[in-house]
Design a protein around this ligand. Structure first.
Ligand SMILES: Cc1ncc(COP(=O)(O)O)c(C=O)c1O
Length: 364
């Protein structure tokens, strides 16, 4: 093993991807590292994990495990895929901005971005996109994907999720939630996954593993019975079927046991909330400028942050203020998803080079 100096791993708040693996997850891995087990998910650890997800959601769900979040999103959406289809998403969605052409390549579908306010979309703007089509000539939206919490660290309330799901279903769209950091949303809302996902009408979920404490692995959950029946074929086709699946499952088991995922999320949130309470509102945030639809001169509750009547541009009570959160980030960090962003990094920076994937740009 390379003998690295202690300084080789400095603490870095740019991304939760910089973090290590939770010790209890490593213990879970070690615990199943004995004997032999059947491959490709046909093992007792994976069976136990599936039962654990059923309990967590309060109903039988279909659970599949993949290696990374991009695959979880694309493959989760396979349940709705049509060769002429499109997936509606926010203009800051990871699916749209950070998954290169994986949705097009894997699903054969195009992401259709909708202007967002602080990372969130609302039913009216989604419906505006739905109205844009012109029959067989246009791409046909078949699904709506929402990120919870959003790429800007904001959170859809239960009412907002319910309204979006209701609207989407009315138009025949399936609803997927990219929950790379779902625990942070559950902790923020003080809601169970059943309340946040099942009772609001979400059909499919990417339940994050890596960003919630695992070494590697993400779960795709189908909540609506009867959908995603062909997932295993899509998964193998996309080279995302782990042979030694029990080691991915064991990590998730550790994450779910004693609600470690929620414990990690609460720990994530507390310094972020402390920090945000020290931020000042600014006149116009990069995020609002980018969405081109909203100017903020104060907290959302003061008026300008609410784009549509009854629609909150902010996040749930107790979360960092929307008016200050994206604005306090320098432009090169404005889509950083970590809830930890160093408050002292205020220096102006050149526009981010979208193509640059070298070390240091991995903040997503
Ligand atoms: C919101 C969101 N979804 C999905 C992903 C996908 O993760 P991966 O890098 O594992 O493909 C990320 C990664 O940072 C993310 O922030």
């Amino acid at each position: 093993m390379t003998d690295l100096p202690p300084t080789a791993f400095p603490r870095g708040f740019a991304s939760d991807n910089f973090a290590g693996v939770h010790p209890r997850v490593l213990e879970g891995l070690a615990a199943v590292n004995r004997g032999h087990a059947r491959a490709y998910g046909d093992d007792p650890v994976t069976a136990a994990l599936r039962a654990a997800f059923d309990r967590l959601l309060g109903q039988p769900v279909t659970t599949h495990l993949v290696f990374n979040g991009t695959a979880a999103n694309c493959l989760a959406l396979s349940a709705f895929a049509r060769p002429y289809g499109a997936v509606i998403c926010s203009d800051v969605a990871h699916l749209y901005n950070d998954e290169r052409t994986a949705p097009e390549r894997i699903l054969g579908m195009r992401p259709l971005p909708v202007p967002s306010v602080f990372g969130k979309v609302d039913p009216a703007s989604v419906e505006a996109v739905l109205r844009r089509g012109h029959g067989v000539h246009a791409v046909k939206p078949v699904a709506l994907t929402l990120t919870q919490p959003t790429e800007l660290g904001t959170v859809y309330s239960l009412e907002e999720l319910r309204a979006l799901c209701e609207m989407a279903h009315r138009h025949g769209l399936g609803v997927h939630v990219d929950g790379a950091r779902l625990g942070c949303a559950a902790a923020t809302l003080g809601a169970s996954l059943r309340e946040m996902l099942v009772e609001t009408g979400v059909d499919a979920v990417s339940f994050g593993g890596t960003k919630q404490g695992l070494l590697c692995g993400e779960a795709v959950l189908y909540l609506r019975p009867g959908i995603g029946g062909e997932f295993p074929y899509w998964q193998k086709h996309a080279m995302q079927l782990a042979s030694k699946m029990r080691f991915v499952s064991a990590q998730f088991e550790a994450l779910l046991e004693g609600d470690l995922w929620l414990e990690n999320a609460r720990w994530h949130r507390s310094p972020a909330s402390r920090w945000s309470s020290r931020c000042r509102p600014t006149r116009s945030s990069p995020a609002s400028r980018r969405s081109g639809s909203h100017r903020s001169s104060g907290p959302p509750s003061s008026g300008p942050g609410t784009r549509r009547p009854g629609w909150s541009a902010g996040c749930a009570p107790g979360t960092p203020s929307q008016a200050t959160w994206p604005a306090s980030r320098p432009p090169w960090r404005r889509r950083a998803t970590s809830l930890f962003v160093r408050a002292d990094r205020r220096r102006p920076a050149p526009a981010p080079k979208r193509g640059a994937c070298a070390a240091g740009s991995g903040q997503l």
